[in-house]
Design a protein around this ligand. Structure first.
Ligand SMILES: Cc1ncc(COP(=O)(O)O)c(C=O)c1O
Length: 394
């Protein structure tokens, strides 16, 4: 039996008529850029997330880049983020000329460690004229937690740190659209808890476009206006550029497709959660939870439905590479997110980090493995995966 990591064909079959009709309308209209479908999709996402403003952009990466550019974060600034994630977050920080500052992760959730964050600020930073400045005399302007694999970071703590030290809080919610978190003042969706939230609609995401697409949400009208200019080269009146932005627009075809898919997102997240529960129950039933570490659900008691949306179902084992090979021989596809911690990336050598600086991130890069998960995955396929893992440890 072949089990792919992700199979979106069933999802497409179910929606193909609607998608063809929606894209057909766009093609008939011949309006491809900044038209009514984008505006409608932006309204729908804003409503879904419970925020006033949503600005569609060309990708999750460009969402992060546009936010950093619009906030005028750049040379001489530093931005704190996690040492273990997809490259885009730290790549964008570096692209605007700022310095990424990495913090180790929590080994259970794989998200940025709250204690690690506080330790860095206490040990390596000081307050100078109301600003938080690190040992390299860079001003810490912002904090970008990444809600990895569909689970929110400890946002009450992130917000408290951001408030105390006057930092901008930008959420990288690329993997977490719809995930919920219990803030001190009530439940909130990923991306809506800080100053801006960035989403990716890369095709394999829980809400995926038919190409690249992304979006920013925020609660501040002026900032939303600035982001709208930023996605058009900072242009206000035609060919009058107020500041330097980029071509970060989300096109009408992608917006039309995403608009068809959005109403199904919560159903898909529920199906992913069900599949995750099935894996975890089965692994426990056969005693494998003693051999592999299963994903944790730290917010299950919150009562929030989307306390985890399982963008990925990630297990860990010190024998990860052998296990992966064993599964591959049985035609079970798996993935490694991510094989290197960010401070280990060759392009970040100039930052001067050393091996061992972030032991949990390094360990996660060596021993985590993502198993097949998607809303339509069959229990039979999952059982085959569990059997494959069990055989390996026999
Ligand atoms: C955590 C994270 N941040 C940012 C991105 C960038 O999104 P995109 O691929 O749409 O540029 C991704 C997605 O790949 C991601 O997983």
């Amino acid at each position: 039996m072949r089990v792919p990591l992700l199979d979106l064909s069933e999802q497409y079959r179910a929606l193909s008529q609607e998608i063809r009709a929606a894209t057909g309308e766009v093609l008939a209209s011949q309006r491809f850029i900044l038209g009514p479908r984008l505006a409608a999709f932006e309204r729908a996402v804003a409503e879904y997330c419970g925020v006033p403003y949503a600005i569609g952009v060309s990708s999750g990466t460009d969402a992060l880049l546009a936010v950093l550019m619009a906030l005028e974060i750049g040379l001489g600034d530093a931005v704190i983020t996690t040492a273990y994630s997809f490259f885009a977050t730290s790549g964008c920080i570096a692209r605007v000329g700022a310095t990424p500052v990495f913090i180790d992760i929590d080994p259970d959730t794989y998200n940025i460690s709250t204690t690690g964050l506080k330790r860095y600020i206490d040990k390596d930073c000081q307050r100078v004229e109301g600003k938080l400045v690190n040992k390299n005399r860079q001003t810490i302007r912002a904090l970008i937690p990444v809600h990895l694999f569909g689970l929110c970071c400890e946002m009450n703590e992130m917000l408290a740190v951001a408030r105390e030290h006057n930092l901008l809080l930008i959420e990288d919610a690329a993997q977490a659209i719809g995930a919920e978190y219990q803030l001190e003042n009530g439940p909130a969706k990923a991306g809506t808890m800080g100053d801006a939230g960035c989403f990716s609609f890369y095709p394999s995401k829980n809400l995926g476009a038919a190409g690249d697409a992304g979006l920013v949400v925020c609660g501040n009208e002026q900032f939303a206006d600035r982001l709208r200019l930023c996605r058009q080269h900072g242009m206000e009146a035609r060919y009058q550029h107020q500041f330097i932005g980029g071509n970060f627009r989300l096109d009408e075809l992608q917006a039309a497709i995403l608009q068809v898919k959005l109403p199904h997102l919560d159903g898909w997240s529920a199906a992913r959660r069900k599949a995750a529960k099935f894996y975890s129950n089965e692994f426990r039933r056969v005693g494998l939870h003693k051999k592999i570490k299963l994903p944790v659900e730290p917010y299950v008691e919150s009562g929030l439905k989307n306390h985890h949306i399982y963008h990925q179902y990630v297990i860990r084992s010190p024998r990860r590479d052998e296990l992966r090979q064993h599964l591959s021989q049985r035609e079970i596809e798996t993935a490694i997110y991510y094989p290197l911690a960010l401070h280990e990336q060759p392009c970040f050598e100039y930052l001067g980090y050393k091996a061992d600086n972030f032991p949990e991130a390094e360990r996660a890069a060596r021993d985590t493995l993502a198993l097949p998960i998607y809303p339509e995955i069959s229990r039979e396929a999952q059982q085959y995966v569990v059997k494959g893992v069990a055989e390996f440890f026999e």
